[in-house]
Design a protein around this ligand. Structure first.
Ligand SMILES: CCCCCCCCCCCCCCCC(=O)SCCNC(=O)CCNC(=O)[C@H](O)C(C)(C)COP(=O)(O)OP(=O)(O)OC[C@H]1O[C@@H](n2cnc3c(N)ncnc32)[C@H](O)[C@@H]1OP(=O)(O)O
Length: 219
C-alpha cells in the first residue's frame, strides 16, 4: 500500500522507507486500521482528563465518578496487548496518532523535507497562569522529532539531547503550529530542529535535538 493511502495526502511516498533491521531491539511499528469509534473514545478520554484537572465535584459525585471509571477499567483490561499491537500511537490521521500520552495535534505534512503538525494545548496541559506546562513542550518536540526522522527514512533512534528555548508563553486553547526537519546526518547521528509558532507567526519556542541510531539489540 502506498504511504498516502495509509496516512492520507499529507504523506508522500518517500516517507518511512527505512530499514527495520537497524531498529535496535524495537518492535516493528505498522499503521493501525481503526474505525471512527476509536477516535471518539480517545477524544472523550481527553475531555475526561480536562475535567479531572479542572473540576471540584462533591464527595458523592467523586465516588460515583470513581465507580464509573473503575467499571471502564474492568471493561478494557481483558484487551491488553503487547507494545506495537495497540492502535494508540499508530493512527497518523488522529490527533496525537490516537495516543493519550501525545499532544492531541494533527499531522498535516509528513515527508522527507519535514513534518508539520497543528493543534492546541488543553486544560490538562496547564502549568500556571494560563500557560502550558513547560514539560509538555519537550513531549511535543520529541514526538515530532521521532516522526521527522521516520519520514526522512532514518532508522529508529533515541534522543541523546533535546534543547528548548522558551521564547514566549505558550497559551492553552489556542491553535498553534509546530514544524521541523532534519538539519544534518553524521553516521549514526541525526540533528533535527523545529519551531513552535502561533497563527500570527510569532515564535513561542524553538528546539534542536540529537538522535542517535540504535545499534543492533540496543534497547
Ligand atoms: C507506524 C505509524 C506511525 C509512524 C510514525 C511514528 C514513528 C515513530 C517512531 C517511533 C520512534 C521511537 C523513538 C523512541 C525515542 C525514544 O525513546 S527517546 C527516549 C529518551 N532517550 C533515551 O532514553 C536515550 C538514552 N540514551 C541512550 O540510550 C544512549 O545514550 C544513546 C542515545 C543510544 C547513545 O548511546 P551509544 O549508542 O552508546 O552511543 P555513543 O557511542 O555514546 O554515541 C554515539 C555518538 O553520539 C554522540 N552523543 C551521544 N550522546 C550525546 C549527547 N548527549 N550529546 C552530544 N553527543 C552525543 C557521541 O559523542 C557519539 O558521537 P561520535 O563519536 O560518533 O561522533
Amino acid at each position: 500500500m502506498r504511504f498516502e493511502e495509509r496516512y492520507g495526502e499529507a504523506v508522500t511516498d518517500s516517507a518511512g522507507k527505512d530499514d527495520y533491521e537497524h531498529h535496535g531491539g524495537f518492535p516493528r511499528y505498522t499503521p493501525a486500521e481503526v474505525g471512527p469509534e476509536y477516535g471518539r473514545l480517545v477524544d472523550a478520554l481527553r475531555t475526561l482528563q480536562d475535567l479531572a484537572v479542572s473540576t471540584a465535584p462533591t464527595p458523592e459525585v467523586i465516588e460515583d465518578a470513581a465507580e464509573r471509571v473503575e467499571a471502564l477499567i474492568d471493561l478494557l483490561k481483558p484487551f491488553a496487548v503487547p507494545e506495537g499491537e495497540q492502535p494508540a500511537g499508530r493512527v497518523l490521521s488522529l490527533p496525537g496518532r490516537g495516543s493519550l500520552l501525545m499532544l492531541p495535534w494533527t499531522v498535516e505534512k509528513f515527508d522527507a523535507e519535514g513534518v508539520r503538525s497543528r493543534g492546541m494545548f488543553r486544560r490538562y496541559h496547564l502549568g500556571g497562569n494560563g500557560a502550558a506546562h513547560g514539560g509538555t513542550l519537550p513531549l511535543l518536540f520529541d514526538d515530532l522529532f521521532g516522526m521527522i526522522q521516520h519520514a526522512y527514512g532514518r532508522p529508529i533512534s533515541r534522543t541523546a539531547y533535546l534543547h528548548i528555548n522558551y521564547r514566549k508563553i505558550t497559551p492553552l486553547d489556542t491553535e498553534l503550529v509546530v514544524e521541523g526537519s532534519v538539519d544534518k546526518v553524521e553516521g549514526r547521528k541525526t540533528f533535527i530542529s523545529a519551531v513552535l509558532k502561533d497563527r500570527e507567526g510569532t515564535v513561542l519556542a524553538d528546539c534542536e535535538a540529537l538522535m542517535v541510531q540504535l545499534l543492533k539489540g540496543q534497547p
